[in-house]
Write a protein that binds this ligand. Sequence first.
Ligand code: ATP
Length: 378
Amino acid sequence: MRSVREDLTRFERSLIYLPSMSISFLALQNLSKSFSKTAVLKNLHLEINQGEFTTLLGPSGCGKTTTLRLIAGLEALDEGKIFLGAKEIQNLPAEKRPVNTVFQHYALFPHLSVKENVAFGLRLKGISENSTEKKVMEMLSLVGMESLNSRMPSQLSGGQQQRVALARALVMEPQVLLLDEPMAALDVQLRRQMQNELKSIQRRLGLTCILVTHDQEEAMRLSDRIAIMHHGRLLQIGNARNLYEEPANRFCANFMGRANLLPVKVLEAETHPSLLLDGHKIRAPKMRAVSEGELVTLFLRPEHVRILSPGLRSCDNEIDASVKQVSFQGESLRIYVTVNAEVEIEVSLSGSDTIRNFNPGDEVRLGWNVEQSRILFD
Ligand code: ATP
């Protein structure tokens, strides 16, 4: 059986080089959509580059799937425009849009074999039998399913069915591949494997992909850029590192990784920025226009807070705290400390620090450096 790791096939090369199949830039302009007067998308604006892997990430019900369905033409827009290249596509029927979707539930035709499932769309398009056969086998080879081509869907595992669903979408040579939680039904190990294979295929073909997921790890592993959505709006878009290090607001900070979001009061905003954290004066990162006395949020990742050993105190900010709870996570040791009853801080120790022993009630000294903290305003 050939795998995706083998050399590019002729078919793959044709996907990349044929001008008629060149991959387009996709622009969603101010999309709005309501269901029974409930606004599900509110002026969503998103531009996707050719060959880019973009993920829509957000909690359940925030409008990710609706966005994908609007692009696919499976729902009608209330307002807005969708451009693929220079062409406006929002009024085209679904079957005329050069996009294909892979769904969470593979949606294979149960009465057709693997090969027939993949061939289905090409037959509808009236592609010749010879050409269909060749393209189908090349696609099945790309997803590592060539040798199982005569099986029925019921004789395949979930992972194998999802590969067939992927081959069925790819064989239509979409300009944009839409992926609606395609790995959600797979177990963790298989999901990782499929994620790697999907990424490898996407890179090799230079495909423009939009993935919908609420799995932050999956988004970080696969995406060139991640768009964080909440309540039908796009809150922030960027690569994984940007989003992790520079969240736009509290919601984004919490949604990408773990975050300490501490209530603080601005003491001095300009020359020597400082804050009041639960009665402790601490040094602050640079702040955009704020006024003295303003209440803001100090954002600090748990891995940037240290528990200082006596005699090794070298952080910009140091405060005393008391250990409340300790949780060993294998690769990290998570410690929850309280500064007082109001303020709780999560600390994550990794590497050789995970062997350090802490117990509830221990008095510790926390430290962090100013450049690793941020001020958030909402
Ligand atoms: P999930 O991660 O759970 O799939 P999502 O972010 O993809 O969520 P959508 O499926 O886009 O969310 O749904 C957004 C909102 O729109 C939800 O409140 C959902 O109940 C509602 N909705 C979606 N489709 C319809 C429909 N056809 N009729 C009525 N309401 C709908």
